[in-house]
Design a protein around this ligand. Sequence first.
Ligand code: SF4
Ligand code: SF4
Length: 356
Amino acid sequence: MLWFLLTTGRCNLKCKYCGGSFDPRHSPWSVQYGLEELKALLAKDEEPVVFFYGGEPLLNPGYITAVMDSIKAKRWGIQTNGLLAKRLPPEYWRRFDVVLLSIDGVEEVTDEYRGKGVYRAVLRTLKWLKEEVKCGCQLVARMTVGRKSDIYRDVMHLFSLGFDKVHWQLNAVWTDEWGPAEFLKWARASYLPGLARLRDWFLAEARKGRVPGIVPFLGIYRALLIRPFDWVPCGAGKRAFAVNTDGRILACPIAVSEKWATVGDVKSGTIKVGLKLDDRCSRCEYRHVCGGRCLYTHYEKYWGEEGFDAVCEVTKETIRVLEEGAPALRELIEKGIIRREDLDYEPTLDSTEVIP
Ligand code: SF4
Ligand code: SF4
C-alpha cells in the first residue's frame, strides 16, 4: 500500500496552478497526532510504501527523520519542490528510493508558473543530490503542463538535465488559466502533436534496447500490453491513502477539505467507503487503460460536465497516439530487445498518476 504522509499543510512557494499552503483548518501546519499511532497503523501493512508530502514536506524535516528512524518501509519517497533540500541530512536522502522534484521544463516555463529563480534552485538540488549526496535514488521530474509548455521540448530538456524519469499532470479542471474550450484548442494544436513526436522518440530508443522513463507512457503501455488498470492508476482510496497532519486518512492527498475523501483516521485505520467513478467510465472503451484518471475530478467538477468531457477527449486521444506504437513494442518484447518488466510499471511504487 502507498501511504502519503503530509508533514505540514504549509508551502514555501505559491505556484500559479496551486496557490500554495493549505488552509491550516483543513491541514494543520504541524503534525497533530502521535508517532506511535502512525507506527501502529503502518504495522498493519506488510509492505508500506511511504512518501512524504505536503504542503512542502521539507518544512518539517524533524518529522521525516522521526518517521524514518522508527518505521520500516518497503520503499521511501518524497514529493518536494526541492528548495529546502539541505534541511534534511544526506544520510536520510540516501535512504530514499524515489525523489520527485517539481519542475515544469525549461527555465522560462518553470519560473513563470512557480516563481522567479525556482528553476535554478531545483537544478542546484538535483546536482547536490547526484554529486555530493550520491543519493542513488530514482530522480523523477514532476511537471505541471499548461499553456506555456511545449511537451516535447520540456520533457526532452528534463532528461538532458539528468532526471531518470519524467512525469506530468495537465493543468486542467482546478485552474483559471483557461477553460475547457481553450484547453482543447491548445491540446489539439500543440500538446497532442508533441506527444506523437515524443512517442516516436520513445520507440526509437526502445529499438536500441532502452526504455525511456516517461511515466505516462510506461503506465499506458503497461495497461495496453501487460496489465490493465481496474481503478484510477494513482490508487486513490484503494491502494493509496494519505495521512493528513490532523490524523485523518484521506483517499487523495490533495482532498484535505472534501468530506467524501475522509476514509478513516490514524487511530482506528481505514474504513470501507463506497468511492465511485462517473458513469461515463463504465461505458468508456479506454476504461482499462485510463482507469478513470483522477478520482478527485469525479467528485469536484470545477469545469463542469463540459470540462470533464474535454479532459476525457484529451485522455482518449493520448491513449490512441500511444496505441499506434503498441505493436512495435510487442514485437520488441518478443524479439528480446526490451524486457516485458521494463513496461510493467506500477505507479503506486513511485506515487505517480500515469494519466496526465
Ligand atoms: S477517458 Fe474519461 S470516461 Fe474514459 S475511463 Fe477515463 S475518465 Fe472515464
Ligand atoms: S490523480 Fe487525482 S485522485 Fe489521484 S492522487 Fe492525484 S488528485 Fe488525487
